[in-house]
Design a protein around this ligand. Sequence first.
Ligand SMILES: NC(=O)c1ccc[n+]([C@@H]2O[C@H](COP(=O)([O-])OP(=O)(O)OC[C@H]3O[C@@H](n4cnc5c(N)ncnc54)[C@H](O)[C@@H]3O)[C@@H](O)[C@H]2O)c1
Ligand SMILES: O=P(O)(O)OC[C@@H](O)[C@@H](O)[C@H](O)[C@H](O)CO
Length: 433
Amino acid sequence: MTDRYVVHLGLGAFARSHTAWYTRHTGWRMIGFTGRGPGVARLLSRHGGAYHVLTRHPDHDAAERVEVLAGVHVGADLAAWLEACASPSTHVVTVTVTEKGYRLTPSGSLDLDDADVRADVELLRTAPFGAPARTAPGRLAQGLLARADRAPDAPVAVVGCDNLRGNGRLAERAVLGMLEAVPGRSEWVRGNVGFVSSMVDRITPAATPEDLAQVRALTGVDDPAAVVAEPFAEWVLDDAFPAQRPRWEVAGAVLTSQVAGHELRKLLVLNGAHTLLAHTGLLKDVRTVAGAIARPELLELLTAWWQAVRPLLPFPAPEVDAYERAVLERFRNARIEHRLTQIATDAAEKLRVRVLPLLNGNAVEQVVVEQLAAWIACWRAGVAPDDPLGPRLARAARGVPQEAAARMLALLDPALADDHDLRTRVGDRLRDF
Ligand SMILES: NC(=O)c1ccc[n+]([C@@H]2O[C@H](COP(=O)([O-])OP(=O)(O)OC[C@H]3O[C@@H](n4cnc5c(N)ncnc54)[C@H](O)[C@@H]3O)[C@@H](O)[C@H]2O)c1
Ligand SMILES: O=P(O)(O)OC[C@@H](O)[C@@H](O)[C@H](O)[C@H](O)CO
C-alpha cells in the first residue's frame, strides 16, 4: 500500500485522461473530488474508482484500465476534503476546474463581484469549516486552512492543470484573494504551499455513446466513466515542488524552469487555433475539428493564425514548424470526434488567454480580427454555446456591427474599449458575416 497521495479537484474527462493517467504507474494513488455536481463520483464508484481510457489512434483503438483512484468523493463532502488535504500523506493537490472555475477578473485577480466568491469569503471569515465552499478557490482555501491546523510542518504543492497561462500562479492569486479576508490565515499558505504551473495537453473530447460502446466491445466492461483521448499526451511542469511528488517522468512528463514558453506555445498554436476553427466552423455548419480542417478556407485561416502568433513564441523556427506540423496531424485525426460546440463553450474566458496576448502592443493581424469577429458573429447568429457571460453577450452582440463590436470587446476585456482601430476593424469584418 502506498502512503503517498495526490488529491485532485475536478474529475472531468481531462483529469481522467491526463493527470490521473500520468500518475497511474508512479506508485502514488489519487483521491478525487468532483468540481461541482456528484455525477462523475457516482459513475466512477461503479467500478471502485477504476475506469478506462479509450485511445483513438489514426487506424485503431486501444482501451486501458486505469486504477489509480483510491477514493472518489463528491466535491461537497467537506469532511472528506478536509481530511484528504490535511493528511501528511498528501503531498500534492492537482486542479482541473476549467478556466472559469478560478473565478478571476480579466486582469487576473479574484472576482469579488461574483456572488459565490463573496459568499465564500464570508464563510472563510466567519466559519471556515462550517459548510462546503461554493467555489474552487474557496474549497482550496478550506483545504489549506485544515492543513495549516492539522499538519503545519508538511508543505504541499497545488498544481494548476487547466488551459491558463501560469495556472499555478493564478490558483495562488485566487486562494490568497480568499484568505486575505481571514485575519492571520494567509501566512501559512504563503510559507508552505508551492503553487506550481503546468502546461497540459491531450485532446480529450466528451465521450459519446459510441465511444462507450467501443470500450464495451474491447474490454467486455460497461464503463460509464470511460474517457476517449488521442494518443498524444504532454505535460510540462514547473520544477518547484516544496515536498515529494510522483515521478510523472515515468509517463513522459517534463519538469523544467521554462514552463511559461511551453504554455504560451500550446495556448496560442493549439488552443488559439481550436477557438478560431470553432467559431468560423460553427458559422459554416461544420461540426468537428477534423471537419473544419478539411475545408480549404479554414485551413488557410489556420495557417494565417500560426503566422500571426509565431513572433510571440520563444522557440527557434524549426521547432515551431515541427510543433505546427504535429498539431495539424492531431487535428486531422478524424477518429477523434472533437465537437466545435465543446471548444466554443465559455469562449470569452478562453479568448482572453488565447488571443489577448496578440493584442498586447503588437501590430494587429487580420486573422486576429477574424478570431474576434467570428466569436461575435456566432453570438449574432445564435450558434454560440454556453458562456458564464451568456445573457450579457447575447444582448451586446445585437444591433449595428460597429456598436456590437465595441460592446463585445469591452466585455472580453475592459481595456479593449479604448482601442478604436480594433473596434472599427472587427465591426467592419462583422458586416460581411
Ligand atoms: N478536454 C481537453 O482536451 C483538455 C485538454 C487540456 C486541458 N483541459 C483542461 O481541462 C478542463 C476541463 O476539461 P474537461 O474536458 O475535463 O471537461 P469536463 O466537462 O469533462 O470537466 C470539467 C470539470 O471541471 C469542473 N468544473 C466546471 N466548472 C467548474 C466550476 N465553475 N468550478 C469548479 N469546477 C468546475 C467540473 O466539475 C468537471 O470536473 C478544461 O477547461 C481545460 O482547462 C482540457
Ligand atoms: O479544454 P478547453 O475547454 O479549455 O478548450 C478546448 C480545447 O481547445 C482543448 O480542450 C484542447 O483540446 C486541449 O487543450 C488539448 O490539450
